[in-house]
Structures are given as C-alpha cells and as structure tokens.
Design a binder for this molecule. Structure first.
Ligand code: ADE
Ligand code: ZN
Length: 327
C-alpha cells in the first residue's frame, strides 16, 4: 500500500472548517441568483481568479462578500450538504463545523433559519454518507463584544443544535482579553469553547486564549512557535492545535508547509491535526488534500500519521461512549 493510499484510508475527523469557506463558486452563483443578490463577478471562474491572496485580510474581504448571498434555510442546507458530499470519499468520519451567524443575523437573517438549515443538512448527511457532525457557532472579531453577546443570548434557544462556540476573523487589534465575558458566558451555558489564536497574532494571544478564555482547542496556533514556553503550555494543558497547512501558505502566514511548526509541535508532544479552513477559497483543497500536501512536502512517518488521526479524535467534542465508532 502506498503512503498516500494509507493516508486516504485513515479515519479522519475535521475540526477546523468554516462552512461559508466551503462555498464553491458555482453554488455562490446559484444562491445569489435565486435570492437576487448582486455579486461583483461575472462567472464562477471570475471568483476563482480573484481567490489569490497576499494576506489574511485580503482573503477575509472576499470571503465576507461571499457571505452576503445567504438568506434562507435552504441556502444553509445546500451549503453544508455540498461539503459533506465533497468529502464523502475521503474517509471523513466526523466533522465539527464553524458557521458565522453574525455575518447573516446582522443583515436580518433569523438565527433559526441558519441553525435549522445546517442541522437538517447534518442529519441528512449522516444518513447518506455516515458522517457524524456538530455545529460550532463562530463569533467574529470584526464585530463588537456586545454584538457577540447579543447573538450568544439568542443562541441559547438553539442550544441543543450547537456543540460549542468559536471565534475567528482577524486577530489584529483584537486581543483575547476583550472576550473574557463572552467565553465565560459560553462556558456557563455548557458549550465547549475554541478560538482562532496565533494565526497572525503573537504567542501571548495563544497563552491568553488558554489562560483568560479557557479554550479547549487552539485554531491555527502557529503563532506560538517563537515562544517555547507557550508551545509547552499547549502540550501541558493538552490544548490541541487545529492546523490548516494549505490555508497558512496561501494566506502567506507561513512561507511553506515545512516552515510551519508542524515538526516543532510534534516533537514538543503537542496534540495536532490537519484541517481545511476555507477549502473553496484555497483551490478546492479539502481535508484529504491537506493531509496529502503535508505528506508530499514533509513525509511524516506512519506512526506520526496514526498519532495525528488519533489526536483529531481525542480533540473532538464527541461524547466518550461514541468515540469508538470514529476509530
Ligand atoms: N475565517 C475563515 N477563515 C479564517 C482564517 N483563516 N482566519 C481568521 N478567520 C477566518
Ligand atoms: Zn479558520
């Protein structure tokens, strides 16, 4: 069996994927058309051509423009179902998926339409593809903490459909200390919590996300690499890092996959796993393509691949008695 075949066969768990980042250009066009939402592109090919970025912010500007096409429960259903269909041949067993409700609710879309459309997609995908999933409400740093808290309070009504709370968008000018009350509230509600930290932010943002916000996972987390104390904190506290190798390269956050701290984190005994982040904006590179890219550029050992696949299961929020089925 070749190494890539072995990697293909590994049971996979995805923990860092933004549903709006899996909106392929064809579906963006289709949804924009049926909702009569104007978009500044003439064709799906146009969007692909525009998906070349020199920074995280350049990406985010295009990405949030794409959010504007969503209006109805069906739009969200179509989005999530397309993701599951696309990854159904990659031995994906389970996914915990971010949705960015604020971008939609702040335009007047009801939270219920978003959550129920996505939830119905999860139910159907489990039937059709055998992939289990949970939803993570991902708060957005470009809106105020007050706006985040308003949404969280609304989300309590849909608690049973939402497994945890995350936080993304640019860390620039948005240190973790601003969000202590938000994460405290989320934890009081019984939600799991994770956050983007150390994508473009410094090691202190990773440390403060652990110590002030109590994150259970660290999304990206590569910013810790210049401070061995913070890398050790990740390992000691068993805060797993959901790395996104292709995203980091295409957003010019790392020079190349080997230059990301994958090797450093493995050697420091951190829990890590590989994820796709925003696959449709990054050349339609989904989870398996991320695994393959790491293997092609770094050649990890079979034992390391087995550990990484197991780390992803360990880092998931699947209840203890249901974990066996992921092996
Ligand atoms: N939202 C979607 N992808 C993101 C990323 N890579 N960083 C921050 N926010 C995001
Ligand atoms: Zn992300």
């Amino acid at each position: 069996k070749t190494k890539l075949q072995f990697i293909h066969d590994l049971p996979k768990v995805e923990l860092h994927m933004h549903l709006e980042g899996s909106l392929e250009p064809e579906l963006m066009f289709e949804i924009a058309k049926r909702n009569n939402v104007p978009i500044p592109f003439d064709s799906p090919e146009d969007i692909r051509k525009a998906s070349v970025f020199n920074s995280l912010q350049e990406f985010l500007d295009l990405y949030y423009l794409g959010h504007k096409v969503f209006r109805t429960r069906r739009d969200f259903y179509d989005l999530i179902y397309a993701y599951f269909k696309r990854v159904s041949t990659s031995n994906l067993r389970h996914a915990e998926l971010f949705f960015e409700a604020q971008e939609h609710t702040n335009r007047g879309v009801h939270l219920e339409e978003i959550v129920m459309g996505l939830h119905e997609g999860c139910v159907q995908a489990e039937k059709d593809f055998g992939i289990t999933s949970d939803l993570i409400l991902c708060l957005l740093r470009h809106f105020s903490p007050e706006n985040m808290m308003d949404l969280l309070k609304q989300a309590v009504e849909f608690k049973k459909y939402i497994k945890g709370i995350g936080m993304s968008s640019s860390e620039a000018g948005c240190p973790p200390s601003l969000y202590v009350d938000i994460f405290k509230f989320a934890k009081e509600q019984g939600w799991h919590v994770t956050s983007h930290a150390g994508e473009i932010g410094p090691p202190e943002y990773v440390r403060d996300s652990i110590e002030l916000l109590g994150i259970e996972r660290c999304d990206h987390g590569i910013g810790a690499r210049t401070d061995p104390e913070v890398v050790k904190l990740l390992a000691d506290k068993k805060v797993g890092v959901t790395m996104c190798p292709i995203s980091n390269v295409l957003l010019k956050v790392t020079d190349s996959i080997p230059y990301s701290p994958i090797r450093q984190y493995l050697d420091a005994n951190c829990k890590i796993c590989f994820n796709s982040d925003d696959p449709s904006y990054f050349g339609s590179n989904y989870i398996e393509e991320n695994y393959d890219a790491v293997e092609k550029e770094m050649g990890l050992s079979v034992a390391e691949w087995v550990k990484i696949a197991q780390d992803a299961i360990d880092m998931s929020w699947v209840e203890e008695d249901e974990r066996k089925k992921l092996q």
